[in-house]
Design a protein around this ligand. Structure first.
Ligand SMILES: Nc1ncnc2c1ncn2[C@@H]1O[C@H](COP(=O)(O)OP(=O)(O)OP(=O)(O)O)[C@@H](O)[C@H]1O
Length: 242
């Protein structure tokens, strides 16, 4: 059974169908890609999975349980965490406090335990050296890692990342890729929305492709690369399906 599954999700904004009957799955210990040209419906799917967007129809299942009616907070307590395409950090707080605050909200335990958990996450994500800096002074590539660290503070089972590599240098992306591979190896189900297609092809075991709100392909990176529908969807965009 997949850890996370959507069944026949449709989302409409007025007369515009942003997501049209999409069913996709994410497995434990795997990095799953969700790709598609601009406006394809990727962020809308993330919003629907995490409870920020109510679908017109369809279901979201976590571990086989229907969570479609649950609030974002309840989903978070069940192990769902995400990052945002437009960074949603607390700019007046330090890196450490941005990470710590997520644990404050969701973790039980003493102050000392929370401090220790924060240190462990900062270490795990390679942020210890900049922990005391204001997040507003941190380059965007590393600020994206701060968002991931904050998500990890909730001890998620499913982690949804919305364009995490955007704004990163090549070196930062390398370190980031290594971190994601390590997190998946520890059992996390990671879903990656990302325009850096070579990165997606390299990291993901399965990829779902949206185009104009419809799921046009699901498969391994090789199947996706060779899919005529996917190639057609990307023709005319700057991104090459290679
Ligand atoms: N709140 C909203 N109100 C109205 N239309 C919306 C809203 N959010 C998204 N849309 C529309 O829904 C469609 C899907 O948008 P979405 O942001 O999910 O695409 P995306 O694949 O994440 O795009 P991008 O790669 O550019 O981030 C687009 O046509 C978009 O204009």
């Amino acid at each position: 059974m997949p850890l996370l599954e959507t069944r026949d999700i449709t989302v409409r904004f007025g007369g515009n169908t942003a997501v049209d009957g999409v069913g996709l799955t994410m497995d434990e210990g795997q990095i799953t890609g969700l790709i598609g040209p601009n406006g394809a419906g990727k962020t809308t799917m993330f919003n629907t999975i995490t409870g920020l967007q109510k679908p017109a129809s369809g279901q979201v299942l976590l571990d086989g349980a229907d969570i479609t009616g649950l609030s974002p907070a309840k989903r978070a307590r069940r192990g769902m965490a995400r990052t945002f395409q437009r960074l949603e950090l607390f700019l007046s707080l330090s890196v450490r406090d941005n990470v710590r605050v997520a644990g404050d909200v969701l973790r039980k335990g003493s102050r000392k335990q929370l401090d220790e958990a924060t240190d462990a996450v900062l270490e795990r994500t390679g942020l210890t050296d900049i922990a005391g800096r204001d997040v507003s002074d941190v380059p965007i590539g590393r600020a994206r890692v701060v968002e991931v660290a904050r998500a990890l503070m909730t001890s998620p089972r499913v982690l949804l990342l919305d364009e995490p590599a955007s704004g990163q240098t090549e070196r930062e992306t390398e370190a980031f890729a290594e971190m994601l591979t390590g997190l998946a190896a520890e059992g996390l189900a990671i879903c990656l929305v990302e325009h850096d297609l070579p990165l997606v092809m390299r990291l993901c075991s399965a990829i779902h492709v949206l185009d104009y709100g419809e799921l046009i392909a699901s498969g391994t990176p090789r199947e996706i690369r060779e899919s005529p529908k996917v190639i057609a969807a990307y023709i005319g965009t700057e991104e090459a399906a290679s």
